[in-house]
Design a protein around this ligand. Structure first.
Ligand code: UDP
Ligand code: MG
Length: 139
């Protein structure tokens, strides 16, 4: 059983897409093991995206991610990391596959509606960034 961190980004919250996005995760058979809404400060967004600190899009991305509320969730299931990334689609919505969340809802390469961990190591790190042990349902 694997867990991954999912984020519904501010662009999707603003358009009332929380229910639709969580529904897609549940319909794909992923279980919601933790869920909450919060608003990141600029510093907290920089901390979350620390691996991207040298990238040209870092400042704009962390402005965007701290611009409004986000929903963070732990999704759980066999192969949850890859399954959630497949459901999200590729980073740029213009290039995302049919049937993916980013294809359906993403606005552009930055405002692409969702995040998902990219490896078991980042999933552990990212889940711990947002949730205490007590807040995550046992696998
Ligand atoms: N991003 C951006 N411009 C780019 C690449 C990425 O604004 O050229 C943003 C986008 O919101 C993306 C996030 O930075 O989701 C993290 O980038 P990453 O390459 O990790 O993409 P992801 O894993 O989210 O598909
Ligand atoms: Mg990434």
């Amino acid at each position: 059983m694997e867990q991954t961190l999912a984020i519904i980004k501010p662009d999707a919250i603003e358009r009332n897409l929380v229910g639709e996005i969580l529904k897609k995760a549940e319909e794909a058979g992923l279980k919601i093991a933790a869920l909450k809404m919060l608003k990141l400060s600029k510093e907290e967004a920089q901390g979350f995206y620390y691996v991207h600190r040298e990238r040209p899009f870092f400042d704009s991305l962390t402005d965007f991610m701290s611009s409004g509320p986000i929903v963070v969730a732990v999704l759980q299931g066999q192969g949850a990391i890859q399954r959630w990334r497949d459901l999200m689609g590729t980073t740029d919505p213009a290039k995302a596959e049919e049937g993916t969340i980013r294809k359906a809802f993403g606005l552009n390469v930055e405002k692409n509606s969702v995040h998902g961990s990219d490896s078991p190591e980042s999933a552990v790190h990212e889940i711990a960034y947002f949730f205490s042990k007590m807040e995550v349902a046992n696998p």
